[in-house]
Ligand binder design. Structure first.
Ligand SMILES: Cc1ncc(C[n+]2csc(CCOP(=O)(O)OP(=O)(O)O)c2C)c(N)n1
Ligand SMILES: [Mg+2]
Length: 538
């Protein structure tokens, strides 16, 4: 707490008892919030969600052995997304390592280069100054975790714990700022009529601000945090493939784009000057290996309004035309007919309205409806299933908070991450609902996250588009030539999971939405913890 850590996620184990019981004692007097998870993989992703939503480092505690390895997926995602995690793993003391002791493996350096720092700390021996050293180490670890995960492997000797005494000088604190290393590189840019701003995952609002300041269209992925404003180009894939894309001479990149082929293709072009604004701690996105990498950009001068109208207006209106040419998922009945004097016309309106409400749900409708139901006080979490791509291709600009694990785009840990996000969001003023949009395999991968007791007052709604397997693979070229049965068995991996029973097992409410009306109902449902199954045809 003193160093700026307010959440700790732990899983039980004998070797880590001193850490767990100390954390519990700190939590009892309000210095820390402790979240307990049976499964270390779930614990790791819960910590990740807490950290991305709160912007603060989150500690994780687990015991020795395979427990540590179960944290690896979340630590990898944290590394690639620059999320602060402090991993505390308990271990045997030196004399018990390498002799076949129970539950003892090589934990030192287990995370390799993906942690910002790691320490192997010998078991305490009661020497003077040990407590001060431990405090200094804690502060050092918090500082080192500013832009990614750190690992402290802590040895404990019998007796593994003693009486916990909470010091009375614990006070809240801010996360200490990392010492500035070198002078940041800031490049001056003049507006022109050939610039595009690319906002990948985690780019943040500054990408939108730059697009406006420099007079450029904004290609903002759905989880970029920058998909809003008048410069946003929703149908960017098609626009990039057309004449506007060809006219690009300069691209300024924020965050980590992962959702299209067109963006990396643009950045590989030799006639495009690429400027990448670095995200601290995160590997530079540089598909063409030719980007100029900077810490920030500054706009010199103001864009000519006529140029902005022509250049940005061209992108935005082409995007709009493309979206309008696509079949709407819910052709709205003509509202003026509802107030017609003629009863026949009114009846026709009612019929048309009913047809919309009874229309079966497809992926586009689900993505659009979830987006439309998300407001600034809500959170939307997108799994690495097809739905994130569908949403990316069609949802309009809107300043809302969207999360997705795009560091490695794993389908693991999405529900766990969302619980962490919901827990952190619930502390805010007037916090809303955290909604998750995911495929069935992504949910089954993290089914354990539904079995966790969650505090009262948390609003977490999981929407699972169930097409019985990973239909994302149907878009692979090999799907056309592979043996269909083999393809289904080893790629799509169908299942017969009973989601209603799964929800019941964890004490979640369950709904099934098969029509637009049922979906709309589910999107405004009062249940605190809700699993909504949306059967999808393909
Ligand atoms: C941990 C992990 N394992 C495997 C994959 C590869 N993968 C990507 S998408 C996918 C299938 C997703 O299925 P589902 O969630 O049902 O979504 P759908 O494709 O049906 O929309 C898999 C297995 C991955 N990204 N992460
Ligand atoms: Mg699926």
């Amino acid at each position: 707490m003193r160093a700026g850590v307010s959440d700790l996620v732990l899983s039980p184990g004998a070797r880590s008892q001193a850490l767990a019981l100390t954390a519990a004692a700190f939590a009892r007097v309000g210095h820390l919030t402790v979240h307990v998870r049976i499964d270390e993989r779930v614990a790791g992703f819960t910590a990740l969600g807490l950290a991305v939503e709160s912007g603060r480092p989150v500690a994780i505690v687990c015991t020795s052995g395979t427990a540590v390895a179960n944290l690896h997926p979340a630590v990898l995602e944290a590394h690639h997304s620059g999320v602060p995690l402090i991993v505390l793993t308990a271990d045997r003391p030196a004399e018990l390592r390498g002799i076949g002791s129970n539950q003892t493996t090589v934990q030192t350096g287990i995370f390799g280069d993906i942690v910002r720092a790691d320490w192997d700390i010998p078991a305490p021996i009661g020497a003077p100054g040990e407590a001060d050293d431990a405090r200094d180490l804690g502060a050092l670890a918090v500082r080192a975790s500013a832009d990614g995960p750190v690992h402290l492997n802590l040895a404990y000797r019998e007796p593994l714990s003693g009486l916990v005494v909470v010091p009375d000088d614990v006070v809240g604190g801010a996360v200490p700022a990392p010492p500035a290393s070198t002078e940041p590189t800031v490049v001056d840019l003049r507006p022109n009529d050939a610039t595009v701003v690319i906002a990948g995952h985690g780019a943040g609002a500054r990408a939108e601000a730059l697009a406006v300041a420099i007079g450029a269209p904004l290609v903002a992925e759905v989880s970029s945090g920058a998909r809003f404003g008048r410069h946003a180009v929703v149908a960017y894939r098609d626009v990039l493939r057309g004449p506007h894309g060809e006219a690009v001479g300069r691209a300024i990149v924020f965050g980590h784009p992962t959702l299209s082929r067109e963006v990396p293709q643009l950045l590989e072009r030799s006639d495009v000057e690429v400027i990448v604004v670095r995200t601290p701690g995160v590997e530079v996105y540089n598909p063409g290996r030719r980007a100029r990498v900077v810490d920030d950009v500054r706009v010199v001068g103001t864009p000519d309004p006529a140029v902005v109208r022509r250049w940005v207006g061209g992108w935005v209106s082409m995007s709009r035309a493309i979206l309008e040419s696509q079949a709407p998922d819910d052709p709205a009945p003509d509202l003026s007919l509802a107030v017609s004097d003629a009863s026949g016309v009114r009846a026709a309106f009612a019929k048309a309205e009913l047809a919309v409400l009874r229309a079966p749900i497809d992926r586009r409708m689900l993505a659009r409806a979830a987006w439309a139901s998300t407001w600034p006080h809500d959170r939307l979490v997108l799994a690495a299933s097809r739905l994130i791509r569908v949403a990316d291709a069609l949802v309009p600009g809107k300043a809302i908070t969207v999360h997705a694990n795009r560091g490695l785009a794993g389908i693991d840990g999405t529900v766990s991450t969302a619980t962490g996000i919901a827990l952190a969001a619930a502390r805010g003023e007037g916090s809303g609902t955290t909604r998750v949009l995911m495929g069935d395999l992504a949910l089954l991968h993290d089914a354990g996250a539904l079995l966790v007791p969650l505090p009262e007052g948390l609003r977490l709604h999981v929407f699972v588009g169930n097409d019985s397997g990973g239909t994302i693979f149907d878009d692979l070229e090999v799907a056309a030539t592979a043996n269909p049965d083999d393809f289904a068995t080893v790629m799509r991996t169908p299942h017969r999971a009973d989601f209603e029973a799964l929800a019941a097992a964890g004490g979640w409410a369950y709904r099934r939405a098969t029509t637009r009306a049922e979906l709309d109902d589910a999107l405004t449902a009062p249940e605190p913890l809700l699993l909504v199954e949306v059967p999808l045809d393909s």
